[in-house]
Design a protein around this ligand. Sequence first.
Ligand code: FPP
Length: 237
Amino acid sequence: MPLFIKNKKSVTLDERLTHIAFIMDGNGRWATSRGLPREQGHRAGAKAFQTVAQYCEKLALRAMTVYAFSTENWKRPTREVEAIMDLLEEYIDSCEEELKDHSVQFHFIGDRAPLRASLKTKMDRLEETTRENRMVLNIAVNYGARAELCRAFETLRSNGTSISEQSICEALFTAHSGDPDMIVRTGGDLRISNFLLWQAAYAELYFTDKLWPDFGPSDVDAAIHEFYSRQRRYGGV
Ligand code: FPP
């Protein structure tokens, strides 16, 4: 059993919960409801992400995955797309300045080819300098699960590798971190939106109406409490 500290403010996790994935939805609505441009919602969302990532690091999670930009998000106005890319660059810059304070091993999952060159360079460098660190943090950028599966099958086909569950897992972007035990989606919608479709096979799904910029450590705790209240049978009895 996980240890719940008496004021319920902090939790200790066990082997059943080592990897949480987040669909960070609701930034736009958060901004619009305040009369702000959507870009401000993403800025607030980036801040919430940093708080949640630091909290997950403190909880000693083994891995965390976030959906920062999907293959479908290119349909948004250029200004909004650019704002998200700027936030990613700013975030990487800030991580490089504070590297010694963190134990995070960064991975950017998704197809980097269409991203701007300066962002790709920063992604490569941050991955390289943090590869010995403890907690895996996967940031999905230009990620789509169907595209990921097509890419994996194509890799296996061109290498002449036979198809098995294991060979597919090893050809996915998440080969280094495995499957999430729980997927949390903020913003009230009850869907997966092309995120980790293969990896979600046995994940517990947790949905909350909270908008991502309002989501914080106490909400992570609530999701964890819910996770431990569920029975996971993996098809058994
Ligand atoms: C979904 O909310 C959110 C996104 C498409 C972008 C998420 C990006 C961030 C949280 C910032 C990324 C930065 C870092 C550093 C990881 P939405 O815009 O679809 O919200 P809505 O449903 O209310 O319109």
